[in-house]
Design a protein. Structure first.
Length: 135
């Protein structure tokens, strides 16, 4: 398998994982597990962004690296709307609060907002991949 085919395979696996984590976020919201829901919503946007970056020849190794590279290669170039960069950062903040700050309260509204941002991010990136890379 060539490098291009390998990147495509990895990118599509990230998109599939984003779809699964979005489903998990919705299921967790329905059961009232809001902290876990926002964490899954973050990973939806994270994996969608990672899929796009792999197609652009980038291989981010860590969360912060992915955020920076996504900002440089996708947001600043105008490939994606600026709000997708803001969504990724806001979802990351929610995830960090949910996972590491035992005193932070994540509400159902926070979880719903997170899922909406994640859904929009995933859909816009899927549309971009389909149109730009003919997948």
């Amino acid at each position: 398998m060539g490098e291009k085919e390998n990147r495509l395979k990895i990118a599509l696996e990230h998109i599939k994982r984003a779809e699964r984590t979005l489903e998990a976020a919705n299921n967790l919201l329905k059961t009232g597990l809001y902290e876990d829901s926002v964490t899954r919503a973050y990973y939806t946007a994270f994996h969608a962004a990672a899929g796009l970056l792999y197609l652009l020849g980038e291989e981010p190794k860590a969360y912060k690296g992915l955020h920076s590279i996504f900002g440089l290669k996708a947001v600043r170039t105008g490939m994606v709307e600026e709000k997708l960069g803001r969504y990724l950062n806001k979802l990351s903040s929610y995830r960090e609060s949910a996972d590491y700050d035992g005193l932070t309260f994540i509400s159902g509204e926070d979880a719903e907002e997170s899922i909406k941002m994640a859904e929009e991010s995933l859909q816009k990136i899927k549309d971009l991949i389909k149109n730009k890379f003919s997948i």
